[in-house]
Design a protein around this ligand. Sequence first.
Ligand SMILES: [Zn+2]
Ligand SMILES: [Zn+2]
Length: 418
Amino acid sequence: MKYKTLKGLQDILPPEVSIWQHIEATARDIFRAYGYQEIRLPILESTDIFVRSIGETSDIVEKEMYTFQDKGGRSVTLRPEGTASFVRAYVEHHLYNNPAPQKYYYMGPMFRYERPQAYRYRQFYQIGAEAMGVEDPKLDAEIISMLTKILSGIGLAGLNFEITSIGCKKCRPAYRDALKNFLREKLNSFCSDCQRRFDVNPLRILDCKVPDCVSIRQGSPPVIDYLCAECKEHFESLKHHVILLKVPHTINPNLVRGLDYYNKTAFEVTSESLGAQKAVAAGGRYDGLVDEFGGPPTPGIGFAIGMERIIPLIKDSVNKTEGPDLFICTLGEKTTEEAFLLAEQLRSQGIMVEMNYELHSLKSQMRKADRIGARNVISIGEDEIKKGLIVIKDMGSKKETEIGFYAAELIKIIRENK
Ligand SMILES: [Zn+2]
Ligand SMILES: [Zn+2]
């Protein structure tokens, strides 16, 4: 019998995992500079949290959630995205009582039961940020600027940053009507989901992934033409501040958001190198979500970066193999114990050490040191122990140096050879 990962899931192995660590470390540094603090949330939540916030007629809720009954008979769901869980925690712990803006970030797995395809997994990882309590578009511009800094800090280039406004509850009725007028005569050609959504939530038709629906809805009126005075002013100020912060961007009036809770600012970062799955990050404002969860009316804005989308874009540019600082070859049983102790001593000083545990020929040990990318090699024989002298070989320059056989001497030269 062969065991395998479930369909659409993947193992992340070394050395590739170092690319993940590089991305996470870069993001953490930039989050810190902008005053974002980490928040760690459970991956399992009560199902109604997602139905309520993401929207009953969304693709995620209708088709993609990992929902099941736990042993207590409760309906639970593996989180399909981070914001709903975050807002649940924000309200539950009264985080709105802290001075605004409250800024948080998270990193972790999300789950959606989708057809696996390139860069799209059923367990996928996101890095997300949420900023709460400020309605001013300066915060929108700031979070957008922070996102560009994270992406360029990671080493991504050739990205398009698209921004729009998707209006608010006030401007939506007029837009709904305009959209329905546009879609009405084409309705029979849409998929059955879209036909049903036409009356319940016609905006949903804009993010249906069925190829026919995508092409039939081409040319539908953009929300941006139907903004109320308040949304228009917010959007103008956002554009002004994004230019002020020198964020390269384009205005894309056709951006849509697949989640019900977004309003006003929406943005997306895409890469042409990813083909159809070209979004690497997306976000927007969700000013009504906190009251939806029973908290006081609180504006919020956030984004999420899709890890699996950015990994292939930087895979080749990140140096991913980290061999040990020192490999210790041993010659004979007596010297193995000496090596074992020395390795432990050096590791306690932060030196990465590997050694040979079993009795092998010196030649095969040297070959192994080379294969794992050791930067320095020593061989401990009885002679070395007797004389108190040892030869350290820098595997890069092939230079050999004789030094005293002490941990301190070794550490000194290993640091010099770096
Ligand atoms: Zn509006
Ligand atoms: Zn459709």
